[in-house]
Write a protein that binds this ligand. Sequence first.
Ligand SMILES: [Fe+2]
Length: 464
Amino acid sequence: MYNQWRDCQEWQKQGLPLSTTNNETAKLYDAVLCQYVGWYDEDAVGGIEASAKKLVESDPNFVLGHVLVNGLDVMGTGRSIYLDAEFKTDIDNIVKLAENSNVSSREKLHAEAIKLWAYGDITKAQDKWEEVLVQYPTDMLALKFAHDSYFYMGYSAQIRDSIARVMPHWKKDTPLYGYLMGMHAFGLVETNLYDQAEKEARLGLDLNKNDAWSTHSLAHVFEMMGRQDEGTSFMSSTKDNWTKCGMLACHNYWHWALYLLEKGEQSAALEIFDSEVGQRVKSGALLDIVDSCSLLYRMEMEGVNVGERWKDVYEICKPHIGEHILCFNDIHLLMSTLGSKQKEEANRMMESIHTFINEKTGTQRQLAQEVGAVICNAFQAYDSGNFAEAVELFLPIRYQVWKIGGSNAQRDLFNLFLINAALKSPEKKHHQLARSLLIERKALKECAPMTDRLIGRAMALHVD
Ligand SMILES: [Fe+2]
């Protein structure tokens, strides 16, 4: 992996001057940025956490160091200024540091963006990063923060276009150039441009076989095109490359398990949960948490007996249940309360979501009110065996689900949820609905054994 960290002079030469004069700080800034973009821990600098700590300590006045380090927490979606006084102090400190006279306009924009996100205004934060990128198209920090934030908002076209418009400004020897391919490929796959996405992801992997985000984009291509056999063999044959990137490995295993589940290889999917996803969730990272919840929920919808597995996952979810940082997270956290039969905890979580809606401001509060709470209610209804109610709650908002963010593959859980609820509902009109939804599903992805199995179930129901 790349480890020729840039010093102050090198950053200056590349048109991205830093306000620190400390070369060690400049190099650590690069090291942390590289690990963030590459989803890996670099042993030479003690991994991302240790190097982030050293970065801030080496020059406590370097504003972009604080932006990067706190930005990692912001993007990790596991800390909130409303619940974590220390985090709020750190964010407010960035704003103060940005007032120093040696801080550049680019660094000031970064400081404003992180503050906006932390205070809940995600779209305004994105505008700031794009403002940076118009002037500084090779600023990977702005590019990656924008990329991740578009993902959290479900802004597929922006994921794609944000990368496309800076690409001509990058030279092949610019550090981190190769990662642009996987990032662009992800935007392409999320906007259904599968062939172009595959080409870009493979280019990224040709440049760096350890680029786990390119691997991930290609995994999405296989998922969306119904190429499950290619998916399993690709994930298996390249495992040693992408598992080096520990921050994304759990999610890539999740993709692998999806192919297996689709193919009806339920014990193999369960095996991936037991040996990888269910182990890696112990990291406590929200991405790993939502993957664990998503996989267990999908397996249960497929009729797999997951035994006591929800209990361990719920314990890891527990500290985040009152946070309400992202609607997407909340819905998955609720799944863990339902899966582990903690009905009272589920009710408490719903009360907490309503308090959040009534008392807070920002993008996610709005989303929770319009979509998140409704989805959670539908999941509760389904869990209580009120399948008709689950359908009636979910159906009117099904075309709004993209707003909760995540990928098409992640949100497919909700398509499956509605189909399963309609199949289980006692109402004949819901059985007819299930058939319609399955025709729609089959039209989008021809090779889909799971859809075929669901069609078999739907045809066995009497609709006349
Ligand atoms: Fe994914």
